[in-house]
Design a binder for this molecule. Structure first.
Ligand code: BES
Ligand code: MN
Ligand code: ZN
Length: 518
């Protein structure tokens, strides 16, 4: 173990739900959600009631996530700062998610620790968005928690001269959120808000793991993070060490680990709900703590981003903690094979032929196609050990997926149409979109090997699909398997958007999916 990874960055938001109106609540910032359709009709009166001049509306269109801050005079303890918060047409989860994230970020910028949001419209919003107030409250709180995240725990602040002192005393993100004006819906909103707080917080735990660089997060550290999640969530965690991994014959994981200075780990998280279990779901996550490419070494530009190559594993850990805390009535098993992928004299070489746990032999065409080698063993293990009803794996598997679908959307594969449909729908609801690609046998031709059962590298083209075809060999005929290639959306490079670093992609999607099966 290297340095200690510290505590997760954003877990400290408290939430209060009240039927009372928002305006009189003691706060640093009052958020007034406004929709673009009847902005002209409603906003002038609402602002007048707060003593704010309607001219602030001149440049405000109420697009989802748009914010204008205005001030009311002499308010005593009540918030003098008012954020006009655009919720667009208030027609979709995305509108509310965007608004909540933007509000949360703005509150951070303005050092507002206590924020009150006027939710008097939540009944109407819910109707319009075809969701329940409970669901919408969950979306809003997830957005607030997501927007409050910052990865600054490795900043000492020592080089920040003047500015630092004053800023330090003030809150850097929301500490308390009051959802006010929930008359008639308070208990529903409270339920949804609590669930949103769990999912959002677990997603931020996942982002923290993705953001931790290779020197802070080894395979053993990742296993330890799973143990900690197990303690917080109340589920069992077992970690196999090199000896056990060798006994089990996990040749994929061992081969990738050959160039490493640090041992591999294989972590099993097992959440069993109280009562009778109706369904067992296995989630498998790629846990490459740093991917240099190995002997088939990557170009240096952007190689640092490969600290995020364990995002699949981070997602699985986050989902396990969330479903355990939410008490979802399914057995959910998380499986995380972990190592870094390094070049060394001892490293796996192109041309090597390795034997995976399944007995299937693999010719290593390229040592940079390492993810599928460790996933092969993990899929075999998950299938054989747990006989799950459903297997879903998540992996930052191919650069080709970024070529095909870009940075915002994940690639989806499944041998079951209903499963694919469910994942697609949850992705839409959660604002984590996936798009399905085919598993046609034509693509299997490309990964044939002359000297082993299969090659880990495909001939030219369709790199995302050939990777999925490779994995298919290791689910051993399982009928409900899905593979999600999150290479694009798992991590945003600096300057790549409003939020850089780990996204926690997949946590909300999978929590939504698992809840829908409950
Ligand atoms: N971890 C990478 C895929 C990746 C690339 C994720 C960029 C996120 C951003 C994976 O291990 C890899 O290197 N894949 C190779 C496969 C190839 C050698 C067949 C790739 O995509 O180039
Ligand atoms: Mn690689
Ligand atoms: Zn990789």
């Amino acid at each position: 173990m290297t340095k200690k990874t510290g505590t997760p960055s954003a877990t400290g938001i408290s939430i209060e739900v009240t039927a009372k109106p928002a305006a009189p609540v003691t706060a640093d910032l009052l958020a007034l959600p406004l929709n673009s359709k009847d902005l002209k009709k409603i906003a002038p009166d609402a602002l007048k009631a707060l003593g704010i001049d309607a001219s602030v509306l001149n440049d405000f269109k109420a697009g989802a996530g748009e914010i204008t801050v205005a001030y009311r005079a002499a308010t005593g303890k009540r918030a003098s700062r008012v954020a006009l918060l655009g919720i667009g047409e208030a027609a979709s989860n995305d509108d509310f998610r965007k608004a909540a994230e933007a509000l949360s970020r703005k509150a951070g910028e303005l050092h507002c620790g206590i924020v009150v949001m006027d939710c008097a419209g939540i009944g109407e919003w819910a109707k319009h968005a075809k969701r329940t107030p409970e669901y919408l409250a969950g979306v809003i709180v997830e957005g607030i928690v997501y927007g409050s995240y910052r990865f600054d725990r490795l900043k000492s602040g020592k080089l920040d001269k003047e500015k630092k002192k004053t800023a330090d005393e003030k809150p850097k993100s929301i500490a308390k959120l009051v959802l006010a004006g929930c008359s008639g819906y308070a208990s529903e909103v409270e339920k949804g808000a609590n669930a949103g707080l769990v999912t959002g917080t677990c997603q931020n735990v996942s982002r923290d793991l993705v953001n931790l660089p290779g020197n802070y997060l080894s395979a053993e550290d990742l296993a330890e993070a799973a143990r900690q999640a197990g303690k917080r969530g109340g589920f069992d965690v077992t970690v196999f060490d090199r000896k056990k991994i060798t006994e089990l014959g996990m040749g994929g994981l061992l081969s990738v680990n050959k160039g490493s200075e640090q041992p591999p780990t294989f972590t099993i998280m097992d959440y069993r709900p109280e009562g009778k279990v109706r369904k067992t779901v296995a989630l498998v996550g790629k846990g490459i703590t740093f991917d240099s490419g190995g002997i088939s070494i990557k170009p240096s530009a952007g190689m640092d981003e490969m600290k995020s190559d364990m995002a699949g594993a981070a997602c699985v850990i986050g989902v396990l903690e969330a479903v355990a805390k939410l008490g979802v009535p399914l057995r959910v098993v998380g499986v995380v094979p972990a190592t870094d992928n390094m070049p060394a004299g001892s490293a796996m070489k192109p041309g090597d032929i390795i034997t995976t746990m399944s007995g299937v032999t693999v010719e290593v065409g390229n040592t940079d196609a390492e993810g599928r080698l460790i996933l092969a063993d993990a899929l075999t293990y998950a299938k054989r050990e747990f006989d799950p009803d459903v297997i879903i794996d998540l992996a930052t598997l191919t650069g080709a997926c970024i070529v095909a679908l870009g940075m915002k959307v994940a690639g989806l594969f499944s041998n079951d149409d209903d499963l694919a449909e469910g994942i697609y729908k949850s992705g839409q609801a959660a604002g984590e979109k996936v798009w399905r690609l085919p598993l046609w046998d034509e693509y299997a031709e490309q990964i044939k090997s002359d000297v082993a059962d299969v090659s880990n590298t495909g001939s030219k083209g369709a790199g995302t699909i050939t990777a999925a075809k490779f994995l298919e060999n290791f689910v051993e005929g399982h009928k409900r398997w899905a593979h999600i290639d999150i290479a694009g959306p798992a991590f945003a490079a600096r300057g790549g958007g409003a939020v850089s670093g780990g996204s926690g992609f997949g946590v909300r999607l999978l929590v939504d999916l698992l809840k829908s099966w409950a």
